[in-house]
Ligand binder design. Sequence first.
Ligand code: NI
Length: 393
Amino acid sequence: MNESLRATIERLTPEIVQLRHELHEHPEIRFEEHWTSDRVARFLDEAGIPYTRGHAKGTGIVATLNGGPGKTVVLRADMDALEIQEATGLPYASKIPNRMHACGHDGHTSCLCGVAKTLAHHKDLIKGTVKFVFQPAEEEAAGGRFIVQEGILDGADAVFALHGWPSIPAGNIGVRNGWLMAGADTFRIVVEGKACHGADPGAGIDPIMVAAHITTALQTVVSRELNPHDAGVVTIGKIHAGTATNIIPEKAVMEGTFRSFTPEVRDKIANAVRRIAENVALAFRAKATLELSENRYPPLSNDPVMTDFVRETAGEVLGTDRVQEIASPYMGAEDFAFYLQKVPGSFICLGVNPDSRNPYPPLHNPLYNFGDRPIPVAMTLMSNLALRFLERG
Ligand code: NI
């Protein structure tokens, strides 16, 4: 690896660590990343890196370093936080109640800032164009699809992103060809019954009882309708109904998610959820209506050639003993899948566990922290991926 590049990364690391702590203190949820977006813009201004703002409904930023003719490589980081009360007790813990960087996007954003500044210092090494996408609303709103719809990836030749991974030791990365994350749909079932006094159930139709039967019956979608070799999940995460102990309410609202990898399995699950909800409700004289959300995440599939390129590059700049294979795909979802539908690339799992003898808090947990140790690892890997991809032409 280029020694002056390594020296730049080493020199910039304390500044990026500090930036991550600042971002961690100011978590903002989907499409509300205004402070974060301003902070990234200020960083880019100070580093002299050109960018455009207002992407993906407002808070997205796209920075560009152009090193002359050649290919275009896109690096992406997500910026949004979650609605969780932080419990880490860190000196730089969230200052905002019920908001937390519990998925480590503070780390992804600060590392991408670090990569941009590193490459800006070594513009002579860039044989083409590097685009840096700071994306809002990865969580729940699939903000990545707006980046793709706006044409930001048009003409791009490769796209890479990374995500902190609690099951991997800090210093290591995980890679996988093909499917890494599942496709995710969210849905809502409204069960309409008939309200009445809780002591006179025959006068009404109980939607809570119907919702309970639907929940139970939905467990047969994966166990009885899918091929046992096809992966799928159906989860009801919310049921809301009722106001008092002695009233049977008029309706119950159920919300959930289902996961799949192929369009066939996805359609099979969607049809089964609808059929079961509607017909179980009918059996009890109620009515159920299924609404599928438009915030749908496609399955994330890593391009094998690009993933081999990540293996090779990581092996050289981090060490082959630092590169591990992810054995099986995760059923979680990630909107980087939209990028990978458009441009070949790879989504990389970045180890964050500082002490591999003990398990680390999982993503979306009030104790999760991206940590400082993965920062130079991410900067080294991403900088080299961009430069080497362009160098190959
Ligand atoms: Ni995340």
